[in-house]
Every structure is written in structure tokens, then in C-alpha cells.
Design a protein around this ligand. Sequence first.
Ligand code: HAM
Length: 423
Amino acid sequence: MEKEKRPIIQKPRGTLDILPEDMPVWLKIENTAREVCRRYGFHEIRFPTFEATELFSRGVGDTSDVVQKEMYTFEDRDHRSFTLRPEGTACIVRSIIENGKCFDAMPLKLAYLINCFRYEKPQAGRTREFYQFGIEMFGAESASADALVLALAHTFISELGIRDIKLHINSIGCKKCRPAYYDKLREYFRAHKDELCDTCRERLEKNPLRILDSKSPICKDIAKDAPRSIDNLCEDCDNHQKELCAQLDKMGIPYEIDTNIVRGLDYYTRTVFEFIVPTIGAQSTVLGGGRYDGLVSELGGPELPGIGFATGITRLIEAMKQAGIETKDENDFPLIYLASMGKDAEMFASATAERLRRKNIRAESDICSRSLKAQMKYADKIGALYTVVIGDNELSSDKAVLKNMKSGDVREISLSAIDNELG
Ligand code: HAM
């Protein structure tokens, strides 16, 4: 009787399998991120995948889309509410407070590579589980700190080879200038109250800035003529913004002021920015960030300014693909495949491969006792750069033929000195 076929289990909607053939570009991004961070003095940190739900409602802000609509929240067996991290900033702030790092030498410069979770409608460039590289810097208030963070972002993206990129910056003010600006916004939006979507109507009193970030086309249209934060900055914020622009000019980092950028998370103050790659479609923001001077104290720590950014790794990959950037590395392929004929040769090939690996040479040999034809097919498939065939004759004479798989060139070598022949 035929056995009943079990249905295949599929990955959850909006998640990714990152397969071995996908890895070169991921590694290129991760390695570049780590290398650039080292150059700028940022140190890697890791933290839990889930945190107390309150961390995000208080940190990211309960008027943000992320908290209102997108969190993966669950109760554990003890009926405590936890949430899969939708981002890293609030987690890092929690971690530095909890670990007493707020009193370390400042500035404190941290970096992370994480997966995040948001219940969004999956589409090109937007998934429910996604990956970020980000940095956070604490204890530096000046515009030079903003410039440093932007310079790191700019260097990182440039070193990936992405050229078609635009930096948009804006300032959304601080707790001093914001109340008067919010009043102006409320006044403006109240005149359109009936046209606003339910979410935005709710935001009107609590956080009118959020309406500027609405996804509803009608609200977006109304927001076009709303008062702009940049026209309503206090003197300190205005000076900060001007200084940042001057510093970016001096550093040769191109940017444009974009008054529409307000960012989707509630913790930002003063500088906000996004790096945009216009060629990758609707989800063209590859990197977003800004200053968050009130977040550490909001989460129970001391008054400590902060600024940082996060990039979406899959969006960077798309930008690299569009730009035709090659990330395959020769080191991902075996340097030599030792094919064998017969049991003695198979054992010799295995021992030789092991000797080569101990000398840091990428070597493979047959471990399935397959025909020579099948072995050569496999060597070709895995992209071995050289092959050598070992049989009884080769064993007794110590001589074998080394073949360069790319050029087809062959030459005789000594098996016992094979490591000296590969170079
Ligand atoms: P964010 O703008 O929400 O900011 O996310 C940063 C980047 O992550 C986005 O620009 C985008 O490239 C990527 N991203 C976000 N959501 C998705 C998604 N569903 N699928 C694929 N990629 C996505 C933050 O998360 C802040 N924590 C950044 C920050 C750090 N601000 C200050 N410090």
C-alpha cells in the first residue's frame, strides 16, 4: 500500500530562508559593517530577541504604527506580556541602563546585527522578520556627534559599492520647541478633522507629528500643507541643525533637507535622517535614524543624549543587486577536489584532504565511494578550482595530474608535496 504523503510545512508568511548560495552578499554586508564599526570605534552588543512589552510601548511610543499595529506580542506561561523586538534602539537603551553602562566613559558607541519582527503587510522590501545592522551612540549632544553617525553610515554604504544613494535630513525639534509646534499642527489638522482617518484623528491630541507619517493617502494629502517642524525650531535646535549641515559640507557628505521626514518611531528629537536608494522600488529607505535625547531618561536611566541608525539588510542587498555588485568570493569554493578510484585511493585522498585542511587549504575528497564520473561532476558543481585524480598508479608513483578547472590546464605534480603545488 502506498504511504500517505504528509503535507509540506511552509515558513511563516513574510519570513526568509537565507540559503547557502545567498550567504556571500550577507557576509559581505556583515563583514563590512563590523570592519567599518571597528574603524569608527563602535563595539558590538547582543541582547534578547524578546523583551517586556512595556519597553516598546514606553520606548518606541504608543502612538507609533509599530506599537499600535505591528508588534508580535505574546503572554508566556506566567502570564507576562513579552514582544519580539520590532527594533533595537529601545532594547539597547534598556541594556545600558540595566548594566550600568550609562556611567561608563562617554561617548558610548555600540553596534548590532539583529533580526526584528513587525506584523506588516509583506511586499518587496518589507518582511515580517527582517534584519538590521545598526549603531547607537550615547553621551554626545553636539552636531559633531550627528555628523559622526552620518559619516559612518555614508562610509558603510559607499564601501558596499552602492552609489545611487541620497541622504535626506530634517530636524523635528526638542522638548523646548515642540509644544508650540504641536499646537500649530493641532490647529492645522483640527480644520481637517472630519477627513482624517480614525488612527490620525486619535493621534491629533496625543501626538500630531505622527499624522505627518500617516500611510493613508487622504491624510498624506492633507499633511502636505501642514506647518513644518524646521520652520518652528528653537534657537538651540536651529543652531544644531545649521552646524550639522556645515559639518557635513566640510566632510564632503552630500545631503538634502527634506522637511517630510519625521520618522515612524516616537523617540526622536532634533536630527532625523534617511538614506534612500531610488532604484529599489517603493521600500526605498535603506537606512533610517536620528537623535533621541529623551529616551534613556524615559526608560528610567539618567539624562543621556543618544543618536543612531539602523539599515535594512535585505534592502541593501536589493540595492547592491540593482547596481550589479558581485559578492562571490573565491574562498567560498574548495581549492582542490581529490577524486579517487578504489578503496586505498579513497582513504589516501581523505587523509591528504585532512592534511591540506590542517595547512589552511580548502580541500574536499569523495566520501560516498562514487564513480569517477560522478565525482568529477560533483567537483564541478561545488566549484572546485583544481582537481586531481588518484588511483593505484598515482599511489605507487606519487605522481598525479593536477587540473585547473577554469583554464583546463594540466600539469604533473608530486602527491606527497601537493600543498606546495597549490598556490
Ligand atoms: P526604522 O526606520 O523603523 O528605524 O528601521 C530602520 C530600517 O530597517 C529601515 O530603513 C528599513 O531599511 C529596515 N526595515 C524596517 N522595517 C522593515 C521591514 N518590515 N522589512 C525589511 N526592512 C525593514 C528603526 O528601527 C530605528 N531603531 C533606527 C534607529 C536606530 N534610530 C535610532 N537608532
